[in-house]
Design a binder for this molecule. Structure first.
Ligand SMILES: [Zn+2]
Length: 799
C-alpha cells in the first residue's frame, strides 16, 4: 500500500510540472504522449511467453503509430518507483499495485485492463489473457478498430489478398481518462477461417490455429496436426489414397485394401469397397490404435504439447459399413455411427490411460454417418477425452435452426451436448447473410457449445458477399454473444462504405428478406443443388439493386477506398446477373440489354472466377444456338428423347468451349482424355459399372462431331455418364435429370448416344494455366475431346 501512495503522489507532481497541459485534460487523466514523446515505459511480465512478447510488441507498435512516440520496453527489474508504466501481465512491480493474487478473481481466459493512478495494468488468465487485456486497451481506451483482416486489391493484372490493417486516429497529444474493465469470452475455443490473416484473428480473440499456417506451440490452445477426414491417413487403402502425406507419411503400411479388404466398408451389394472403415473388425481396430499411439509418440518426441488428434470419416457419403457385426453395433448404440462410437470408447479409454494429457477429436458429420449421437448403453459413459465437432452440413442454408426444416439438426446438437461438455461446431453459413448466422451462434451458446468454427465461404459462389461483415460480427459474438449486432453492422458499414453505408444496409436488409421469402429448400437432402439459390428474386429486384449500386458508386466516386469497397460488394450482384442473364433478358429486355456493361465493370477477375465467368459468357453468347435433334432422333416421339451437355466439375478449365457446330453452340471439355478414348455409365449408389465404349482407330477421326452408341443403361438416383478412365471429372449426373421411382410404365432404362468431337489439344490462356491443377489438362495429350450432347431414348418397360 505504501508503494501505491508514493506512485500517486509522484504522478500528481509530474502532471503539474508538465508544460503545455491543455485545459481539457483533467488532472486525473493519464497523459500517454505529447509532441511525439512519452514518459511511459511498457513493462513485460516475469518470464514472458511468446504470446506475451507478441502482445508487448503489438502494443508498442500501435502506440508508436498512434502517437509518434517510441514507448520503451523494459523488463520488471528495470522499473523504478519514480516512473510511469504500462504493465503487461504479472511481474513483481505490477503485483505491488495489484495485490497478492489478482488472477484469483478471474476465470480462465478472462482479463482486466485498468489504470491505477498514473500507471496502467493489463493482465489476464490463461495462455492469451495478457494479450486480450492489451487488445481491450487498444480498442476501448485508445479507439483502435480492426474491421477486416483482408484487404483485397483489384489492381490489374490480378486480384490479390492483402492484409487488412486496423484503423485509428493519430493523436500526437494523447491523454486518456482513468478506466477499469474486465472481459472474457462466450466460447472457450474459437476457430478462424482464413488463417493467413493471423494477426487479425489472434487479436480478435481466435485461439485455435491449425499447425500448418502458424506456430501452434506459441499461439494455439490445442495442437492439431490435421483437423478432419483422417481415416485414410492412418489406414491408407493404397499409397495414392493416403491424404496429407506430410502428416501421415510415416505410416509404414500403405496398401491395406490389397491385403486387408475386410478393414473397409462392406457395401449393400456384398462387396468390400474403399469408402470408409469397418469398425467392428478387430484387426482394423488393432492397426488403427497402433498408428494413433505411434502418432502421439512421434509428436511428443518432437516436443509437441497440448496435442489433439483427429480421427474422422473420409469425406465420402454413405454409411460406414453394412456387415453383420457393424449392423449389431448400430442397434446397440441406436445410431448409424454405432460401430465407430463403439471403437471410440475403446480408443479413448486407452489414450486416457497412456496419455492423459492428449485429447482426441472427431466430426459429427452427415446424417448417414455421425451427425446423430449414440444412445450409450446403460451404465456406460461417453468418453470425456474427445471433442465432437458438430457439422450439420445437410442443413438448409437459408433458414436457421429454429425453422422446422433444420430443427432436427439442432436437436442432434443438443443431444451431443447432453453426452459431453466437449462439443464444438463446424458451421456452414452457406450465403452471405447475417441473421441466420447470428441466430444460430446464439443457439450454440445457449446449448453450451464449447468451441465454434464457421467455414466462411469464398465470395463468388453465392450471389452476395458480406463475408467480411460476417467474420467481423462472428468474432465479436464469440467474445460477447449479446453484442448489439445492428450497432456492429452500422459501425462496420459506415467505415467500409462511408456515404453509401445507409444504402448498403438497405441492400443487406432486402437481401435478408429475399432469402427468407425464398421457399427453396437448399439442403442436400432436398437434392436441388446449391447453384441456383435465392429463386424468389425477380429480374425487377435485381434491376433495382443494380440501380442503387449505380448511385452508391457516384456517392463514393471521390474516395478510392470507399469506392473500391462498393465496387467489390457489387461483384456478387454482377456475378449473379451474368449467371442468370438469359432468364433476366427474357423477362426484362430493356434493362438487361448488353451483358458487356456488367462484364466490363467486373474488369480484372480474381483467379478463381475466370473460368466461371467465361462459362457464363459462353452460355450468354450461345443462348439462341440450339440445333434440332439429329436424325434419326428427330423423328422419334418427343417425350421419349432427352438430351444434355455433360459438365466439367471442379477446378478444370476451360469448362466449355464455344463451337458453332455443337448442338447448343458449345462443347464440354473432357478432363484428361485417355487413349484410346473411353466413356461409360456407372451407378454410384450401387458401385456398379454399366455400358462402356472404347473409341478405336476405325471410328476415330478429328474435327467433327460423331455420335457413338453407348448402349442401354438403367438410371438409379445416383448414377453418371463418365468420360475418360483417367479422371471422370467430366461427367453427367443422371439421377436428378432422368430418374423417377419405378412404376408399371417406368423402369428407368434408356438407350444412350454420345456426341463427341476430337480436336487438337486445347491451349490454355495464362489465366487458365494459373487456375489449372494437375487434374485438368495434360499438355502431352495428343487430342482434346469435346462432348456437345448426350441423347437418351427411353426404352419400353422390360416384360
Ligand atoms: Zn463392418
Amino acid at each position: 500500500m505504501q508503494a501505491m501512495r508514493i506512485v500517486s503522489f509522484l504522478f500528481f507532481i509530474s502532471l503539474i510540472a508538465m508544460p503545455g497541459c491543455r485545459s481539457a485534460i483533467s488532472q486525473k487523466d493519464l497523459r500517454l504522449a505529447a509532441a511525439g514523446q512519452t514518459d511511459y515505459a511498457v513493462v513485460k511480465p516475469d518470464k514472458p511467453s511468446e504470446v506475451d512478447e507478441y502482445a508487448v510488441s503489438a502494443l508498442t507498435n500501435f502506440l508508436f503509430l498512434k502517437t509518434g512516440a517510441v514507448f520503451p520496453v523494459i523488463s520488471p527489474n528495470e522499473t523504478s518507483a519514480t516512473n510511469k508504466y504500462i504493465f503487461v501481465g504479472l511481474s513483481a512491480p505490477s503485483l505491488k499495485i495489484l495485490g497478492k493474487e489478482p488472477l484469483a478473481s478471474l476465470k480462465d481466459q478472462e482479463y482486466a485492463a485498468r489504470s491505477e493512478g498514473a500507471n496502467i495494468v493489463l493482465y489476464g488468465k490463461g495462455m492469451h489473457g495478457n494479450l486480450y487485456a492489451v487488445v481491450d486497451f487498444m480498442e476501448n481506451t485508445l479507439g483502435r478498430r480492426w474491421y477486416s483482416g483482408r484487404l483485397i486489391s483489384e489492381k490489374p493484372p490480378h486480384w490479390q489478398n492483402g492484409l487488412g490493417q486496423p484503423t485509428f486516429n493519430v493523436e500526437r497529444e494523447l491523454a486518456v481518462k482513468p478506466f477499469s474493465r474486465k472481459g472474457g469470452f462466450a466460447f472457450k475455443y474459437r476457430l478462424p477461417s482464413y488463417e493467413w490473416m493471423f494477426d487479425f484473428h489472434l487479436q480478435s480473440g481466435m485461439n485455435m490455429f491449425s499447425s500448418k499456417r502458424v506456430n501452434p506451440l506459441a499461439f494455439s490452445l490445442k495442437v492439431m496436426p490435421q483437423g478432419c477426414h483422417t481415416f485414410f491417413g492412418y489406414i491408407p487403402p493404397s499409397p495414392k489414397e493416403q491424404p496429407e502425406t506430410n502428416i501421415f507419411g510415416w505410416v509404414e503400411k500403405k496398401d491395406f485394401f490389397a491385403t486387408n479388404p475386410e478393414y473397409f466398408t462392406l457395401h449393400t451389394n456384398g462387396k468390400r469397397i474403399v469408402n470408409q472403415l469397418c469398425f467392428s473388425n478387430h484387426g482394423l481396430r488393432k492397426e488403427l490404435t497402433k498408428n494413433i499411439l505411434e502418432h502421439i509418440r512421434r509428436l511428443k518426441a518432437e516436443g509437441q504439447e497440448r496435442i489433439m488428434l483427429d480421427l474422422s470419416a473420409h469425406d465420402n457419403p454413405g454409411e460406414f459399413c453394412y456387415c453383420q457385426e457393424c449392423e449389431k453395433l448400430k442397434k446397440k448404440y441406436q445410431a448409424v455411427g454405432g460401430p465407430f462410437y463403439d471403437y471410440l470408447s475403446e480408443l479413448c479409454a486407452l489414450v486416457k490411460e497412456k496419455h492423459p494429457d492428449v485429447m482426441l477429436h472427431t466430426l459429427a458429420y452427415r446424417l448417414s454417418q455421425t451427425q446423430k449421437p449414440p444412445v450409450m448403453p446403460e451404465g456406460v459413459a461417453f468418453p470425456d477425452n474427445i471433442v465432437i465437432q458438430y457439422a450439420s452440413v445437410e442443413d438448409n442454408g437459408d433458414v436457421d435452426w429454429n425453422h422446422p426444416i433444420n430443427h432436427g439438426a439442432y436437436e442432434d446438437m443438443l443431444a451431443w451436448c447432453k453426452l459431453t461438455p466437449h462439443v464444438w461446431t463446424w458451421y456452414y453459413p452457406f450465403n452471405g447473410m447475417l441473421d441466420r448466422l447470428v441466430t444460430d451462434l446464439r443457439l450454440m451458446k445457449k446449448a453450451g457449445v464449447e468451441g465454434a468454427f464457421v467455414e466462411f465461404s469464398g465470395d463468388y459462389n453465392g450471389a452476395i458477399n458480406f463475408t467480411e461483415l460476417q467474420i467481423y460480427v462472428y468474432n465479436k459474438l464469440l467474445q460477447d454473444i449479446d453484442r448489439d449486432v445492428p450497432a456492429l453492422v452500422r459501425e462496420f458499414t459506415d467505415h467500409q462504405y462511408g456515404p453509401a453505408a445507409a444504402m448498403v444496409r438497405d441492400y443487406l436488409c432486402e437481401m435478408e428478406a429475399a432469402w427468407k421469402a425464398s421457399s427453396t429448400n437448399t439442403s442436400f437432402s432436398a437434392g436441388k443443388g446449391m447453384s441456383r439459390r435465392l429463386t424468389g428474386l425477380t429480374p425487377d429486384t435485381i434491376r433495382l439493386w443494380q440501380e442503387s449500386f449505380d448511385r452508391m458508386e457516384t456517392m463514393t466516386a471521390d474516395d478510392e477506398r470507399l469506392h473500391a469497397n462498393v465496387r467489390r460488394l457489387r461483384r456478387g450482384l454482377d456475378y449473379r446477373t451474368l449467371d442468370e442473364w438469359n432468364d433476366f433478358k427474357k423477362a426484362c429486355p430493356g434493362y438487361f440489354a448488353d451483358y458487356m456493361v456488367v462484364r466490363n465493370r467486373l474488369g480484372a477477375l480474381p483467379p478463381w472466377a475466370v473460368a466461371q465467368v467465361s462459362d457464363w459468357e459462353m452460355k450468354i453468347k450461345t443462348a439462341d444456338a440450339e440445333k434440332p435433334l439429329p436424325t434419326p432422333f428427330d423423328a422419334m416421339e418427343k417425350g421419349m428423347v432427352r438430351r444434355f451437355v455433360p459438365v466439367r466439375l471442379g477446378a478444370g478449365v476451360p469448362k466449355n468451349v464455344m463451337d458453332p457446330g455443337a448442338a447448343f453452340g458449345y462443347g464440354a471439355v473432357v478432363t484428361l482424355p485417355d487413349m484410346p478414348f473411353t466413356f461409360g455409365f456407372y451407378q454410384n449408389d450401387t458401385k456398379t459399372h454399366g455400358a462402356k465404349y472404347t473409341v478405336n482407330t476405325n471410328d476415330f477421326f478429328m474435327g467433327a462431331y460423331k455420335i457413338y452408341h453407348l448402349g442401354e443403361i438403367q438410371v438409379t438416383p445416383d448414377s453418371i455418364v463418365w468420360f475418360s478412365s483417367r479422371s471422370w471429372v467430366t461427367q453427367l449426373q443422371l439421377g436428378e435429370r432422368l430418374y423417377s421411382p419405378p412404376a408399371p410404365d417406368n423402369d428407368n432404362r434408356y438407350d444412350v448416344h454420345v456426341s463427341l468431337k476430337f480436336v487438337s489439344p486445347i491451349q490454355l490462356t495464362p489465366d487458365e494455366i494459373r487456375q489449372n491443377n494437375k487434374f485438368s489438362l495434360d499438355t502431352n495429350d495428343l487430342y482434346s475431346v469435346l462432348c456437345d450432347q448426350i441423347i437418351f431414348v427411353k426404352k419400353p418397360v422390360k416384360q
